[in-house]
Design a protein around this ligand. Structure first.
Ligand SMILES: Cc1cc2nc3c(=O)[nH]c(=O)nc-3n(C[C@H](O)[C@H](O)[C@H](O)COP(=O)(O)OP(=O)(O)OC[C@H]3O[C@@H](n4cnc5c(N)ncnc54)[C@H](O)[C@@H]3O)c2cc1C
Length: 339
């Protein structure tokens, strides 16, 4: 049964805890709900916001349309062979719980992505990534429904055009589809990715003798808990900006001025610079402006201490972008989606 509610506070629907109001909100549990919804004449003309866990968006104002909260559940094994297992999860499955489901069964590939908030359906949107792994590494295909026509479509790996925190769903077909389910091709024999960040150090601290995907998942969870603010305690959406990629020549110029500037080679011509470092150098780390600010430990994370407005966070983000551009000649792009 579809229940369309009016004038709903979205405060508990976004991890920033922004108290914006949706004109209408509906929660959908399956494909049939979505088909029924999309055929309602009044619904067809309304602007729509497809919502998962609300952990990658900033509500800059009230939403004068219909919020469609995706609750589609279910995890199925599609097929397996000697080396791999193909697993499908409903778009409304909690991402971390899905990762735990796979880790428990010793299906390898997602362990480095433990504890990322949000839903399975939103994960391909920005090709979520952490600790040297992205979902594109195990993504097989997804099923989506076209919002205007109600037609279902499969998107293959190639068709998703995954990039760094990017996919076709943020570009060519932005706002056109609802992702219904995602299929992953996981491995029966793991390849361990432990060179990134503090994974090895944490495994050592945990006195792990034998490497396993469970041990890696535990280490990633431990690191994330110590480094990132928990949205249940302080409103945030994780990294607010993407790490910029700049031409090597620009990076070399900056190295003359700032010999300690960190950088990672991404291609023959470009270097990736941590946005958090740039923001910190501009003096923003820990800055508080009323109810909002820049996190005290992570300059890349903007926070709502309670009662902050999305428009205020947007303004702060613009100030940060302006000062990074002025000081380093680098334009920061947001990872968070502005609504
Ligand atoms: C503390 C914290 C840490 C984080 N760490 C990471 C990290 O390490 N790596 C990383 O990549 N991200 C990270 N994130 C960002 C976020 O968790 C991911 O982007 C996540 O995939 C968002 O899922 P969601 O369900 O909350 O999406 P939402 O915020 O609800 O939606 C995000 C976008 O996807 C769209 N969308 C959502 N579901 C669907 C669907 N079924 N069909 C079509 N469109 C849809 C929305 O319209 C919106 O544009 C972090 C966030 C927080 C708060």
């Amino acid at each position: 049964m579809l229940t369309i509610q009016s004038n709903v506070s979205l405060k508990s629907y976004n991890t920033f805890g922004i108290d914006a109001t949706a004109r209408y909100l509906v929660e959908v549990d399956n494909d049939e709900d979505i088909q029924t919804l999309l055929q309602l004449p009044d619904v067809q003309t309304l602007p729509k916001l497809i919502l998962g866990g609300g952990s990658n968006l900033l509500l800059t104002q009230d939403f004068n349309g219909l919020v469609v909260k995706i609750n589609i559940k279910g995890i199925q094994t599609i097929k397996e062979d000697q080396d791999n297992i193909w697993v499908q999860a409903g778009a409304g499955e909690n991402w971390h719980e899905f990762v735990m489901y796979c880790v428990e069964r010793k299906w390898a590939g997602l362990e480095n992505l433990s504890l990322i908030p949000g839903t399975v359906g939103a994960a391909p949107m920005q090709n979520i990534g952490a600790y040297g792994v992205e979902i594109k590494d195990t993504f097989y295909r997804l099923e989506a429904v076209h919002i205007l026509t109600g037609q279902k479509r499969i998107f293959t790996h190639e068709e998703c055009k995954f990039g760094y925190r990017d996919s076709i769903f943020k570009n060519e077909v932005k706002g056109e589809y609802i992702i219904l389910s995602v299929q992953f091709k996981l491995h029966k024999t793991p390849t361990f990715h432990i060179s990134y960040g503090d994974i090895q150090k944490t495994l050592d601290q945990m006195s792990i003798k034998e490497l396993s995907i469970k041990a890696i998942s535990d280490a990633v969870i431990k690191i994330r808990k110590s480094k990132l603010p928990d949205p249940a305690e302080i409103g945030n959406a994780g990294s607010f900006f993407k790490n910029p990629e700049i031409p090597n020549s620009h990076y070399q110029q900056l190295q003359q001025l700032y010999p300690e500037i960190p950088g990672y080679v991404v291609s023959e011509n470009t270097t990736k610079v941590p946005a958090g470092w740039l923001i910190e150098q501009c003096g923003w780390k820990g800055k508080r402006l009323g109810n909002i600010g820049v996190h005290t430990k992570q300059a890349l994370v903007l926070v709502n201490y309670g009662g902050g407005k999305g428009a205020e966070i947007k303004q702060l983000a613009e100030k940060i972008q302006a000062s990074v551009e002025e000081n380093f000649g680098i334009k920061l792009h947001t990872e968070v989606n502005f609504i």
